[in-house]
Design a protein around this ligand. Sequence first.
Ligand code: SF4
Ligand code: SF4
Length: 184
Amino acid sequence: MPQLGQGTLKGMGITIKHLFSKKITRQYPEYKRDLPERARGMLTVDMDRCIACLQCMRVCPDHCISIEQEKRDFDGSGKPKPYAIGFVIDDSRCMYCSLCVEVCPVNCIYHTEEFEVQAYNRLELARQFGERPVDPTIDPQPPTKKKPKKSAKDGAKGEKPKGKKAAEGDTEKSPEEKPGEDAA
Ligand code: SF4
Ligand code: SF4
């Protein structure tokens, strides 16, 4: 049978031991450890270098980036070039995959070391960079590239048209199937 008070003494011993041992609790946010060299924090964009190519917007799997562009004649050459007048990055959607960083041809969008993000609602997490604010509630739909039209040469290769038009085309090519001709 265990002696009375043995458990209490054991517990007090552990408490006293930890009272004088080295503390391992780090007081965040006063103490912050160094980030790894390739840590991915919040994104930022250097608007002076952005050429409004929209590649980051197209590649983003979460549709975090939305850009409004217009054409401006910067150098007075009479040839206006694309300009990102509105640029928003929605941190509430970003998963820090870095695809936008990799695809940028002028390296103007990049990760910072900032990772402490907090807000009372998700709209506050949409950070605006351009001259004109972009509505972050609209899911950006990147402009799709137009498919090249089929040339006459392609058609001659024997590719059959599909769908309703194909059915109509087949009917025209087979006059013997037309009801009027059957009667004659
Ligand atoms: S890091 Fe990924 S998810 Fe975030 S904006 Fe860039 S492409 Fe989109
Ligand atoms: S990929 Fe780079 S240059 Fe192109 S629109 Fe995005 S940030 Fe601008």
